[in-house]
Design a binder for this molecule. Structure first.
Ligand SMILES: NC(=O)c1ccc[n+]([C@@H]2O[C@H](COP(=O)([O-])OP(=O)(O)OC[C@H]3O[C@@H](n4cnc5c(N)ncnc54)[C@H](OP(=O)(O)O)[C@@H]3O)[C@@H](O)[C@H]2O)c1
Length: 433
């Protein structure tokens, strides 16, 4: 399984991608080459990146490859580590080439595993080599090993958490500094918390990649991005954050997967979390996860979901597993037995919703809103009306009792059509946690 024909000196690592995580892995291996429990050493034998700039570590003993695919197939490496990123292009080509060449592969690439996990797992298992990806989910927090190994045999019911540090930072900072989304996003980009193109993070796609991987491990399928319902944070307004807080909630980007029959309900969306809940307390760039199982009940983990050093530590743990000759399927079961996890029909789901309206300041508006809700058979759990704003409009917020998405959508349509309502109501789910 570990791909080495015979023991001969240090394990030769081929590393493609020398950025935030790859650069941190270079430092890790330079400082602690004998970190594996067996005491065997690991050394960088070949590297590939776009440019040959100085990475702050002596790479004179490592061969340079312009093409990561050539590095992946090189006979002079024992393990291929992919830290380029992206579901297609060089990352996918190089991982495929390494597996075809019979090399164990380690990657932090959630986009790749979420999109092509089953095909790569089949290839790895047919070749009898490891494909490990601990760093792909929750960075330095070992969520993958926990679900795949620590909870093997457990009947996991749900995994729910905060899986994108960039969105968590932006939402936390909007609340703390009372600034709007665009301003805080620009700051996050300056601080290096957000990419120049932030779509993958703020659109909810990165969290979706991670939750579909966790769902596959938790419920015994292969990752299926198509089963996830995805909504990002770009439409969350500062006013929603402030009003939610007055009602005792904090808005978080929640990623959740709940077992349903032979499939799972998988969602990423902004959601209201009660202020006292641990997920509401996980601020800044933290990641956090609740796992609930039939025998273990519920437990919670929280930690650094990103950052070079923390993520490189997870990559190193995978290297140690390869050195130890760990043998296990890529997901919970051999890939040949797996099908993409089925999505669930959500028609019967009932969630509470936060609805925020802007209305004209005139008598009878509240009665009209109540009537519109009643028409859709949605009832009100709590209600808040704020003083008139400079614009002459009044913000009204209500939290509904649990109702189906269709009923809430109907209520939003009825309310939006009222003459006194000046803009389409904003709907945000209340998290089921
Ligand atoms: N950053 C985190 O905290 C974090 C956490 C968990 C998982 N991850 C995952 O780890 C992976 C790497 O992320 P990162 O943040 O380290 O990315 P990054 O800083 O952007 O680094 C990407 C690296 O890939 C190299 N690269 C790009 N295209 C290439 C090509 N065609 N051939 C060879 N090398 C190429 C770049 O070369 P140059 O340096 O020459 O431009 C760079 O060294 C991604 O899958 C990401 O999702 C990251």
């Amino acid at each position: 399984m570990n791909g080495r024909a015979a023991v001969r000196g240090p394990w030769r690592i081929g590393l493609a991608g020398l950025g935030v995580v790859g650069g941190a892995l270079l430092k890790f291996l330079a400082e602690q080459p004998d970190f594996a429990p067996s005491g065997e050493r690991a050394a960088i034998a070949g590297v590939s990146a776009r440019s040959q700039k100085d990475r702050g570590v002596d790479l004179s003993a490592a061969a340079w490859f312009d093409d990561p695919v050539a590095l992946a197939g090189s006979p002079d490496i024992d393990v291929f580590v992919e830290l380029i990123g992206g579901s297609e292009g060089p990352a996918r080509a190089a991982v495929t080439a390494a597996l075809k060449a019979g090399k164990p592969v380690i990657t932090a690439n959630k986009a790749l595993i979420a999109t092509h996990g089953l095909e790569l797992a089949k290839l790895a298992e047919a070749q009898g080599v490891a494909l490990f990806y601990e760093a792909a989910v929750m960075g330095g927090v070992p969520a993958v090993k926990l679900l795949r190994e620590g909870l093997v045999g457990e009947h996991v019911q749900s995994v729910v958490g905060i899986l994108n540090g960039t969105c968590n930072f932006i939402l936390s900072e909007m609340e703390r500094s009372e600034r709007g989304f665009a301003e805080v996003l620009a700051e996050a980009q300056k601080l290096g918390y957000a990419e120049a193109d932030p779509t993958t993070d703020v659109g909810g796609f990165d969290a979706a990649h991670k939750i579909v991987i966790l769902a596959a491990l938790a419920f015994g399928g292969a990752p299926n991005l198509g089963a996830a319902e995805i909504e990002g944070i770009a439409a969350v307004d500062l006013i929603d954050i402030k009003l939610a807080r007055e009602l005792g909630y904090r808005i978080k980007l929640i990623a959740s997967a709940e077992r349903e029959g032979t499939g799972a309900s998988i969602r990423v969306n902004p959601a209201l979390v009660p202020l006292g809940h641990p997920l509401a307390q996980a601020g800044g760039a933290l990641n956090a996860l609740f796992i609930e199982g039939r025998r273990i009940g519920r437990f919670y983990m929280q930690g650094p979901g990103a950052g070079g050093a923390a993520t490189a530590a997870a990559v190193a743990a995978d290297i140690a597993d390869v050195i130890a000759g760990a043998r296990r399927p890529v997901f919970q079961r051999p890939a040949g037995d797996l099908a993409p996890l089925k999505g669930a029909d959500r028609a019967g789901h009932r969630d509470k919703a936060f609805l925020r309206l802007m209305v004209r300041d005139r008598p009878g508006v509240i009665a009209a809103v109540s009537e519109a809700l009643a028409k859709a058979e949605v009832s009100i759990d709590s209600f808040l009306q704020k003083p008139v704003e400079d614009s002459g409009h009044v913000p009204i917020v209500l939290i509904t009792h649990p109702a189906s998405a269709a009923a809430i959508a109907e209520a939003v349509d009825h309310i939006g059509a009222l003459e006194a309502v000046v803009e389409r109501p904003r709907r945000i789910r209340v998290a089921r946690i």
